[in-house]
Write a protein that binds this ligand. Structure first.
Ligand code: SF4
Length: 502
């Protein structure tokens, strides 16, 4: 099938500039997808697109009502209602960073081949965050003007610095008894240092637990090397145990499960179904298909583990097609990139995923706290720092919150992270749903602004958006019901610290 083209379809002389709101278009099948700045989308035939551009649609035509309903007809726009809608979806602009990634230690007992975190051996206790730094980092996080903050424990393996982890939780809860923010904690761990006693504490303190599973056992153990035991059995054993405990606690198992994330390596490219099956067998409801990123050790091992963006996309499409097939058989599982993008495209909901919003999350959405008190634009910025480049270190705990938020580097990152400042994004049909990560641009193209025309970041997102647009274009009622399920947002309120709790 040949894609429809605008050549010969639209004569600029005949365009009626004030009839439609500004919109962008992209061929999907034999129709066009059009989107506006408010985030609405619809599909039109070439003839309908011409009529919209020429302002040649009578008010009593069904097409007029359809396009007006989607806010494409300027005269029908309810501006106060749309301003309110814009405010709701961009509320992250009205307050400071929500995510505070605490790197509790550089130590780790796993030797993952692609590790992003530039880890050190377990004897290097000198890389641990101290109690003093931890308290000052909590103090800084609480200065965020955001009504809700998440403190995320990262590493290395954060459970290696267990006492400081506990101290942070207790200290932050005490502070919050006075401040009253929506406070959550999250732990990113390989789970190998877990014990029943530690699990009791994590569950009692309502700390969300996330881990990494890289597909079936053979692949997982090949890339995530653990010398003390079988790494796959260790991690999945604890996943099952934690999920059992959630059941014992009476939590809704549809909502409360250990989250796991895979990192896609070259060896996994030919086994998308094995990966999905492993996640389903482990009881996971979501898979976040993440390409190897350019940070930390991953950059050095790219020659053996890496692959092209086209290979990743081929893998991605096979995996998501399979996930969709499983859904049709009644299995509840979804892919996270797709869910985030579809939330924006069809659910009119901004999930505030920091890498896919504009401006991006660098500094104004997240901060990364190094064990020695340095503060980075994000966890990725901290990984760039671990490779000897301090470009994303925006200050230290000796700075004030105001100094960090108004630093020249912060302002530069916000500008670089804004799609409206990117030449290609400005006219991109997917701009209302897309975002930027200046750290990625810097690592791959040497400039925080990046050049989207030859950016793998852009290519990845455009491919996935195209894939989803085609799925939406061809969707039947069952497909739409499935996408609705994927985009239904149910907050995990159990993980909120109780107001006034100490
Ligand atoms: S990064 Fe690429 S896909 Fe995203 S808005 Fe910009 S041009 Fe479009």
């Amino acid at each position: 099938m040949t894609e429809p083209r605008l050549d010969g379809l639209i004569s600029l002389r005949k365009v009626k500039g004030d009839f439609a709101v500004p919109f962008n278009h992209r061929a999907v099948g034999d129709n066009f997808l059009i989107t506006n700045d408010l985030g609405d989308l619809t599909f039109v035939t070439p003839g309908e697109l011409q009529k919209l551009a020429y302002g040649d649609i009578a008010k009593d035509e069904p097409l007029y009502a359809r396009l007006a309903d989607k806010n494409f007809i300027a005269a029908e726009l309810d501006i106060p209602a749309q301003a309110e809608r814009w405010r709701r979806k961009n509320q992250f602009l009205f307050y400071g960073p929500t995510l505070h990634a605490f790197v509790l230690t550089g130590r780790c007992n796993f030797g993952c081949q692609y590790c992003h975190s530039s880890i050190v051996g377990m004897h290097r206790t000198d890389t641990d965050m101290s109690i003093e730094v931890a308290e000052r980092a909590v103090d800084m996080a609480f200065q965020s003007t955001s009504p809700g903050i998440t403190i995320e424990f990262q590493g290395g393996e954060p459970m290696a610095n267990w006492e400081v982890l506990q101290h942070i939780v207790e200290y932050a809860r005490q502070k919050n008894a006075l401040v009253g923010k929506s406070l959550t904690f999250s732990l990113v761990s390989n789970l190998s240092l877990m014990t029943e006693e530690k699990l009791d504490y994590l569950l009692e303190r309502r700390i969300q637990i996330c881990t990494s599973i890289d597909g079936p056992k053979d692949l997982h153990n090949k890339h995530r090397i653990y010398r003390d035991a079988d790494g796959f059995d260790t991690t999945t054993g604890w996943m099952k145990r934690i999920n059992e405990r959630y059941v014992e606690m009476g939590l809704d198992t549809n909502l409360y499960r250990v989250e796991a994330l895979p990192t896609v390596t070259r060896a996994m490219l030919s086994r998308p179904q094995d990966l999905v099956d492993t996640y389903v067998e482990l009881g996971c409801r979501a898979i976040f298909l993440r390409k190897l990123d350019p940070f930390g050790f991953a950059a050095r091992t790219a020659k053996t583990l890496g692959y092209s963006m086209e290979q990743f996309i081929h893998f991605y499409i096979e995996a998501v097609d399979y996930i969709i097939e499983l859904n049709k058989q009644g299995v509840q599982v979804m892919e996270r990139n797709a869910a985030i993008m579809l939330s924006k495209m069809i659910a009119d909901y901004e999930p505030n995923y920091l890498d896919l919003r504009s401006p991006g999350g660098a500094v104004i959405g997240q901060l990364g706290y190094h064990p020695d008190g340095r503060i980075y634009s994000s966890d990725e910025g901290r990984m760039v720092g671990a490779m000897g480049d301090e470009a994303f270190c925006i200050g230290t705990l000796d700075n004030t919150y105001q100094e960090l938020m108004t630093a020249a580097s912060t302002r530069a990152l916000v500008i670089a992270g804004t799609n409206l400042g990117q030449p290609d994004c400005v006219s991109c049909t997917y701009r209302p749903y897309c975002g930027q990560q200046p750290e990625y641009n810097y690592k791959t193209q040497g400039t925080i602004g990046g050049r989207m025309r030859d950016s793998t970041w852009c290519r990845k997102h455009k491919y996935i958006f195209d894939y989803l647009a085609k799925k939406l274009h061809d969707a039947d009622a069952d497909d739409l019901a499935m996408f609705d399920r994927w985009t239904t947002n149910r907050p995990q309120e159990h993980f909120l610290q109780e107001a006034g709790a100490i």
